[in-house]
Design a protein around this ligand. Structure first.
Ligand SMILES: *[C@@H]1O[C@H](CO)[C@@H](O)[C@H](O)[C@H]1NC(C)=O
Ligand SMILES: *[C@@H]1O[C@H](CO)[C@@H](O)[C@H](O)[C@H]1NC(C)=O
Ligand SMILES: *[C@@H]1O[C@H](CO)[C@@H](O)[C@H](O)[C@H]1NC(C)=O
Length: 426
């Protein structure tokens, strides 16, 4: 009995040792240049935040961080206490890294940068440090060899700024338009294209994680479907003002519901000199938020379209404003059959289509709600496309060409974000 219990333990230790040896061999291979890198993305059930995990420091520690699409940097608590690493270094004020960082400041010749908890909108500053980061490469189908960046830049945040993040999170991973965001650093370090792609899962089970790719496609999902040929492209815009300048804006020209153009105050759709207006994409906003007049016009058209299908409205369930009975709703491959909401981009032929699976949220057995929220009459940004509307869509951001590639729902192509094969090929 004792032997049969001990034996599996012994063999799993052996297996672990073998695994560790093969990992360190991969790292020491100086001729290997990855074309892409990959990280899993999970969804936290209580906050609806998306998280990933970064292997950092010497010895390596796995750090959970909240994904922030528009964020400026990787920031992590806390370099003063509880941070044990023999490879940590400060960045000096004089360095090119400090000069190229957004809004750097200087204290005792140590470079410091702005740290933004974009969930609670709390801002502080912290030292710009650098340390080892280790990450799996990919050929687009599976994770492959582990590669190491010896001096990955990140900001050291004070502990209080964690407030509001999912339990277990120790910081945020910024993917924004800056020189120190994750995609820029990885692309610079490994000399691959300054592109990345996110594919968020709708599931909060870690068995169904989504995926974050750094580098160009292919982006393959089971059963062997490369979704990169299905991308439609539109221009990405930068907000000219302050901390918003690292965020990703797209040029929505009009909105259609059920193929009909909704009448809107189109002035709200452009970004103004003061940084207000426009449409941005966010992974830290769980549901799409629209300025009141846009929200009212879109929901009015949606309700009309739904009610013409003999579907009844029911009492709203917070935080949503508009809910329906699922009785009489028809299920399709892309969710309940309800009017499509099209965000029309540079011309009539280019639209980001939001179908039932991304517009309706199941709140109980027989009630679904429209997953859009009223942002009030004077929000800074007119439309914030939130996480729920991004789920099971693959979005590719090209920082060199300032271009967004989007697929709309992957269900159209009979695959989904959790279908990336995370079993390593090495
Ligand atoms: C800044 O850089 C120059 C040249 O690399 C060096 O001589 C100088 O000592 C540096 N200044 C500080 C404050 O580190
Ligand atoms: C509309 O719904 C009602 C109640 O659910 C049902 O009795 C009726 O047959 C439906 N009509 C159509 C045209 O589907
Ligand atoms: C996932 O990848 C592994 C490693 O390449 C492979 O052995 C396995 O068959 C793949 N799984 C599926 C379902 O194709």
């Amino acid at each position: 009995m004792a032997f049969s219990l001990r034996f599996p333990l012994f063999s799993s230790i052996l297996l672990l040792l073998l695994l560790l040896t093969s990992l360190s061999e991969a790292k020491s291979n100086p001729t290997f240049h990855p074309n892409g890198l990959v990280l899993p993305i999970s969804k936290d059930a209580s906050t609806l935040q998306y998280l990933t995990s970064i292997n950092q420091r010497t010895p390596l520690v796995s750090v959970n961080v909240v994904l922030d699409l528009g964020g400026q940097s990787l920031w992590v608590v806390d370099c003063q206490k509880g941070y044990k690493s023999s490879s940590y270094r400060h960045t000096h004020c004089n360095s090119s890294q400090c000069h190229s960082a957004p809004n750097p400041s200087c204290k005792n010749n140590i470079c410091s940068v702005i740290i933004d908890n974009t969930i609670t909108h709390t801002i502080t500053t912290g030292n710009l440090g650098k340390d080892v980061v280790s990450i799996q490469s990919t050929d687009g189908s599976n994770p492959g060899q582990v590669v190491t960046i010896p001096h990955f830049l990140f900001a050291c945040a004070p502990t209080f700024i964690l407030n509001g993040l999912a339990s277990g999170a120790k910081g945020m991973a910024g993917l924004g338009q800056t020189s120190i965001s994750l995609p820029t650093q990885f692309a610079t370090d490994f000399k691959f294209q300054k592109k990345f792609a996110i594919c968020l899962s709708s599931s909060t089970s870690t068995a169904y994680n989504g995926v974050l790719f750094f580098g160009d496609g292919p982006y393959k999902f089971l059963p062997d479907i490369d979704v990169s040929p299905y991308l439609t492209y539109t221009r990405l815009y930068k907000n000219p003002v302050g901390s918003s300048s690292s965020e990703y804006f797209i040029g929505v020209k009009s909105i259609k519901v059920n193929e009909q153009v909704v009448l809107l105050n189109t002035k709200l759709l452009s970004i103004h000199k003061n940084g207000h207006g426009g449409t941005k994409i966010s992974t830290v906003t769980p549901y799409t938020v629209m300025e009141s007049s846009i929200y009212k016009a879109v929901t009015r058209a949606f309700i009309k379209g739904v009610e013409s299908r003999n579907i009844t409205r029911v009492d709203a369930v917070s935080p949503f404003g508009i809910c329906f009975s699922t009785k009489n709703m028809v299920s399709t491959r892309v969710g309940y059959g309800v009017p499509t909401i099209d965000l029309v981009l540079q011309n009539e032929n280019v639209a980001w289509s939001i179908v039932g699976i991304n517009s309706l949220v199941q709140v109980s057995n027989d009630v679904v709600c429209l997953g859009f929220l009223d942002g009030g009459s004077k929000p800074k940004t007119s439309i914030v496309i939130g996480g729920y509307q991004l789920e099971n869509n693959l979005l590719q951001f090209d920082l060199t060409k300032s271009e967004l590639g989007f697929t709309s729902s992957l269900s159209f192509f009979q695959t989904a974000c959790p279908d990336f094969n995370f079993t390593s090929s090495v």
